[in-house]
Design a protein around this ligand. Structure first.
Ligand code: 6R9
Length: 650
């Protein structure tokens, strides 16, 4: 980035105060900020008491060897016991833990007592397969209860899990198995997606032919679709044959707070994927606290639903560990939002009386595109809090979400965090914060975040720069698996003493934080740094545009030229005047400097499995280059369609 900090273009004046009834009964009040500011470590020590420890920690943070943190180091606990057994012991065994909704319409209900039996049996099965504390287990499953059960069974016996998105290729799976040196793979014959059974097991078979994955001893296979499945005798074992015959009793053993809980790979734009390592006590403390605070969860009455896949960090922290440690009742849905019809999600909200919904901006924009009448056909009045995660949420999408899903009454919490942070770091609180559409606003109590300039100095209100975290936090990544140096270089070297998240951000006049996207995506146009997020938000605020992705393509006159890919709303047509109309609209919203030089209407945008737009691929197209790595794309044919529409070089 050049010396000049990010242009501060966007102005958003709408404000939404917390509803009186949420504010009156909120789990967290404004006082928490003061308490935490006065004694940050004392605040986290207090939050750790949300958990049941076999041995209570006396030490909160050991930061004697930064950036390698130890939290609650002398405490001992079992993570699965905290997520399951203790709720049964407290008399909540009959409470529903999971309402599972399969894509074909099948459903299952698991209470906390059921979950305790299932997790115990699975833990016994893993032990029978020779998995011991410390051994890594790769999990490659669809969104079915066994995914949650398998994760908790691993946690219960102290075997770190490594989830790989179902749908990642055999290659991606092999690299992750090899890097973590996993000994067991848990998979399924397949899962249901878009109305069809889609196979998973063949990808495992292929991955295991790679030399790096040769140390895998067994493959545990859940029967989900019933499709024909290739089988390797002596290595492959059916879940229903092995797990079902196990004892329902299993005594959880306590592990040290810093015992590894899981590894989760983030792709990054270059180089091999980074295995982000999370440990037990600090991670569970912060996921539990943030889930309680940010979603105001009332375990007795709320029905919570996070639409993420368990293979994404959001699924780890806000389907499994946060909600279950809090004794939540939640929905787990296997499939896509539009199978068999565009209202499937809203039908699920209506069916289970969902009160808290947590999803991603990409899903919200897709629903906007399908039209307001789709959610209007369902009773969504049970909803009381809405959340967003994964990308900056454009103000227009935020307002649509609140109005058409939240009945113009629910708070919307825009939660900023990363695989690396483990839990939410910056977010409004639903009963406290006067919300600003498009802004994640304030660090949570106990979290220190700021926006700095090129030299690492905090910027003044009203300016932009880089988002950094200035104090360690309990659920921080502990390292990159097997590569401490890369951990130091990647996150702690750009601004010594601060964690650099890789995101651009600005502070508004009130000091609230607005995320502006990855700094790699920031564009340099005639000496101005312009954020892709702001131009995208301006485009999405035009009534014809449902989604937009903006990249900077090399340009001889202006260094980079803004190139926009737009998806139109259902009724809008691509006519001749469209590009000029959108350019004029952006000029009006942001100023002439932000006007896209080229605008291309497309049917789909390239996205990762967690719904993030892959701008680097669009940059490849805009610059007529061969495409980079596409293995983490949901749908690789999207890129061919876009390339075909692209007129060659400007
Ligand atoms: C949880 C998750 C992390 C990156 C992060 C940022 C983007 C996530 C956001 C957001 C703006 C939000 N991001 N939440 N940007 N506002 N509320 O998404 O983890 O998959 O590791 O991605 O996602 O760019 O750096 P992960």
């Amino acid at each position: 980035m050049s010396k000049e900090s990010l242009a501060n273009l966007l102005t958003e004046e709408r404000r939404f105060a917390p509803p009186a009834e949420v504010a009156a009964d909120a789990n967290i009040t404004a006082a928490a900020y003061e308490v935490a500011a006065e004694d940050r470590l004392g605040f986290w020590a207090e939050q750790a008491r949300r958990l049941s420890w076999e041995q209570e920690p006396t030490e909160t943070l050991d930061w004697s060897n930064p950036p390698f943190a130890k939290w609650f180091a002398d405490g001992r606990l079992n993570v699965a016991y905290n997520c399951v057994d203790r709720h049964v012991e407290a008399g909540h065994g009959d409470r529903v833990a999971l309402y599972f909704e399969g894509e074909p319409g099948d459903s299952r209900v698991l209470t906390y007592a059921d979950l305790q039996r299932e997790v115990s049996k699975a833990a016994n099965a893993l032990t029978e397969l020779g998995v011991a504390a410390g051994d890594r287990v790769a999990i490659y499953l669809p969104m079915i209860p066994e995914a949650v059960i398998a994760m908790l069974a691993c946690a219960r016996i102290g075997a770190p899990h490594s989830l790989v998105f179902g749908g990642f290729s055999a290659d991606a799976l092999a690299t992750r198995i090899e890097d973590a040196d996993a000994r067991l793979v848990i998979t399924a014959d397949g899962g249901f997606r878009r109305g069809q059974p889609s196979a998973l097991k063949p990808a495992v078979d292929e991955a295991l032919t790679r030399p790096g994955a040769a140390r895998v001893r067994s493959v545990l296979v859940v029967r989900r679709t019933g499709q024909e499945t290739p089988w390797t005798e002596g290595r492959d074992v059916w879940w229903h044959e092995l797990v079902d015959r196990q004892s329902e009793e299993h005594t959880p053993q306590a592990f040290e707070a810093e015992h590894p809980l899981f590894i989760l790979y983030t792709s990054g734009t270059t180089g091999k994927p980074k295995g982000i390592l999370h440990t037990s006590g600090g991670y569970l403390t912060q996921t539990s606290f943030t889930h309680h605070a940010v979603f105001d969860l009332k375990p007795e009455t709320d029905v919570y639903w996070c639409t993420a896949d368990v293979g994404w960090v959001t699924g780890h922290s806000y389907i499994v560990y946060g909600p279950l440690s809090n004794g939540a009742t939640q929905v787990l849905y296997e499939g896509t939002p539009n199978t068999p019809h565009n209202g499937r999600w809203w039908e699920i909200v209506q069916k289970y009386h969902v009160t808290i919904l947590y999803t991603a901006p990409t899903a919200i924009r897709t629903c906007m595109k399908w039209g307001d009448d789709v959610p209007a056909g369902f009773d969504l009045s049970s909803l009381r809090i809405l959340g967003s995660v994964g990308e900056p949420i454009n103000p227009e999408a935020w307002v649509w979400y609140r109005k058409h899903i939240g009945g113009d009454r629910t708070p919307v919490v825009d939660t900023w965090w990363q695989t690396e942070t483990g839990a939410v770091m910056i977010s409004p609180l639903p009963g406290v914060t006067v919300a600003k559409p498009g802004s994640a606003q304030v660090p949570l109590p106990g979290i220190s975040a700021t926006v700095v300039d090129d030299e690492g100095r905090p910027v003044a209100n009203g300016s932009g720069g880089y988002l950094t975290l200035t104090e360690p936090w309990p659920s921080m990544l502990r390292t990159i698996w097997g590569d401490d140096q890369r951990f130091v270089d990647t996150y702690w070297s750009r601004f010594p003493g601060q964690y650099f998240a890789g995101d651009g951000a600005k502070k508004d006049d009130d000091g609230d934080i607005w995320l502006l996207g990855r700094v790699d995506d920031v564009m340099l146009v005639s000496g101005h740094n312009i954020s892709t997020t702001e131009v995208e938000s301006a485009l999405v605020s035009h009534p014809k545009v449902a989604e937009a992705a903006v990249v900077g393509a090399t340009d001889p006159q202006t260094t980079q030229a803004i190139c926009a890919f737009v998806m139109l709303r259902g009724t809008a047509a691509e006519d001749e005047g469209l590009a000029d109309e959108l350019r004029a609209h952006v000029a009006k919203e942001l100023g002439p400097i932000a006007k896209p030089k080229r605008i291309l209407a497309v049917d789909e945008l390239p996205k990762t499995r967690s719904g993030k737009i892959m701008r680097r691929l669009l940059r490849d197209v805009a610059e007529n280059r061969e495409l980079g790595d596409v293995t983490t794309l949901t749908d690789t044919t999207v890129m061919e369609l876009i390339q075909r529409k692209m007129p060659s070089a400007p």
